[in-house]
Ligand binder design. Structure first.
Ligand code: XMP
Length: 511
């Protein structure tokens, strides 16, 4: 049971809500995210030292805009409203929020005026991320403006006697300079937190929580070989022991030699794993399909079908464990106000009427946190440092029609790229690196003959959480060696190109 200092985050639908929680975890602060409709009594039951009201897509002036229980503002602990949260705070305490002014999206410079506990130690002028259409045009009684934009919009307010604070910009995103310091000022300086939480507590709390919900039921776990599903399995294994039955489905979309390597790692971890070779079934259902979203849906559905078949063979299996992490959730658009970018196969592909209940212990964590967690629970670096690999595997890297032959071509090229990066000592420092096979033929010349073959793309990116990514500037000699080897050693490829787009505007995977 977690018994730490608590900050409550009231979620009004912002894409950044989990990022606020993550920033707090980095400061060793435990937080609880509650939906905007939570009542005051429930909020009080967490004994929060402070409350943060998130941003959100609504306008507080819309008749059906979401709002919070106003009694929450009178609980006595400090409250910080961010963006929509600040507008809501202002409106609920008698201020006026205007719609129809000039919206501000993106980096904006603000100027700080006067003494402010929230902005203590922050330079007088800095760039922040603004993302709002409305603004607070008349402050509620008792509030002072503490900063404004060059366009004259109030950027932060406070009423220190009532311990109410507002920021029109987002301190939780990296694009806001000194954002972390502002959050630190709030939780440590204003709320009085000491920072008494760490990931080890999270492990204890989560293991206890899983034990309680699962009881004596059996859990089926879909292992993919990746760090997320492996960490989930080791965690749940701690909670329910032998009642966890893992299934490793080879969907025929793995990289070269991967199924064998992954199975031996699981054995070494002492997990109870059944190997299921369903590759022919997957390839049969994918035959002729070229649309990326259809590929994803087919794979997601078949994956669950295979699990359900396997689960049906296990007495008392009631739960399906998945290694879903937060970026999977947000990109599948399951949160109010966020758009679908890609339907990640462990989220969007789930059929509506599943016979198994879902267990997703890592759902709120970012990748680097999952890795840190893996270290805490004693997993080997080999698994922890494994590059993320998408659930639908090579299907989203094999553009156009998926055939065994095209997959094999991609596997060979990909193995060469990986090997060259490893030989150059670059592989471990890269977030993800892989090849993509394009259904585009171009003319080449080999020996004295003309060739007309497909092209391979080299993709390598740096990232912290997969939400944004920067393409990696790889040494030309390494690229040259890789390209030569691929054209010489992989039948069916006569051209190698490099993807030099970051995310955004591209995504990491091509489909
Ligand atoms: P994108 O391509 O959306 O990828 O920028 C973000 C991160 O997620 C991985 N990815 C997936 N992971 N199931 C997964 O488990 C999926 O369907 C999926 N699609 C993309 C991708 O490799 C990158 O790390």
């Amino acid at each position: 049971m977690i018994n730490n200092e608590n900050i409550l985050i009231i979620n009004c639908g912002s894409q950044f809500t989990q990022l606020i929680a993550r920033r707090l975890r980095e400061m060793k602060i435990h937080s609880v995210i509650l939906n905007w409709d939570v009542d005051c009594a429930k909020a009080a039951s967490f004994s929060p030292l402070g409350i943060i009201i998130s941003g959100g897509p609504d306008s507080v002036n819309d008749p059906d805009a979401i709002t919070i229980d106003p009694a929450i503002l009178k609980l006595g602990c400090p409250v910080l409203g961010i963006c929509y949260g600040m507008q809501l705070l202002s409106k609920l305490t008698g201020g006026v929020v205007s719609s129809g002014g000039k919206p501000e999206y993106g980096a904006t410079s603000i100027n700080i005026k006067g003494a402010s506990r929230l902005l203590k130690g922050i330079p007088e002028s800095m760039n922040v991320l603004m993302s709002h259409g409305d603004n607070v045009s008349q402050l509620p009684a008792g509030f002072l403006p503490t900063s404004s934009t060059s366009g004259g919009v109030v950027a932060s307010i406070e009423d220190s006697s009532r311990k109410l604070y507002g920021l029109q910009f987002h301190p939780e995103v990296a694009a806001t300079e000194h954002g972390t310091e502002i959050l630190r000022n709030f939780v440590f300086g204003i709320c009085g937190c000491s920072g008494d939480w760490d990931l080890a507590d999270w492990v204890d709390g989560t293991v206890a929580g899983i034990r309680e919900s699962v009881g004596n039921d059996r859990v089926v776990c879909g292992l993919s070989g990746g760090v997320d599903s492996s960490v989930s399995a080791v965690l749940v294994n701690r909670a329910v022991g032998e009642n966890l039955q893992c299934v490793f489905v080879n969907h025929g979309l793995m990289r070269k030699n991967e199924p064998e390597q992954v199975m031996s790692q699981y054995k070494a971890l002492g997990l109870n794993v059944k190997y299921v070779d369903a590759s022919e079934r997957f390839l049969a259902e994918l035959a002729g399909v070229t649309d990326p979203e259809r590929k994803r849906k087919i794979i997601g559905k078949l994956f669950i079908d295979v699990f359900e078949e396997e689960a049906g063979k296990i007495d008392g299996a009631k739960w399906l464990l998945q290694g879903t992490i937060y970026p999977d959730v947000i990109e599948s658009g399951t949160k109010k106000g966020s758009a679908v970018i890609k339907s990640h196969h462990n989220v969007g592909g789930l059929p509506e009427h599943m016979n198994l209940k879902l267990l997703e212990p890592l759902r709120d964590l970012f990748k680097d946190e999952v890795r840190a967690l893996g270290r805490i629970i004693g997993m080997p670096e080999e698994i922890i440092n494994r590059q993320p690999f998408p659930g639908p595997g090579l299907a989203v890297r094999c553009l156009g029609e998926i055939t065994k032959q095209r997959l094999d071509t991609l596997r060979e090229a990909d193995a060469i790229f990986r090997e060259e990066l490893k030989n150059a000592g670059l592989y471990a420092g890269i977030w993800q690196s892989f090849c993509v096979l394009l259904p585009v033929k171009s003319v080449g010349v080999m020996g004295d003959s003309r060739t007309y073959n497909e092209a391979v793309v080299l993709r390598a990116i740096h990232s912290q959480d997969a939400m944004t990514a920067e393409w990696v500037r790889i040494d030309y000699d390494v690229l040259d060696r890789t390209a030569k080897r691929i054209c010489n050693e992989v039948k069916g490829i006569n051209r190698v190109v490099m993807d030099v787009t970051s995310k955004p505007p591209a995504t990491i995977e091509w489909e």
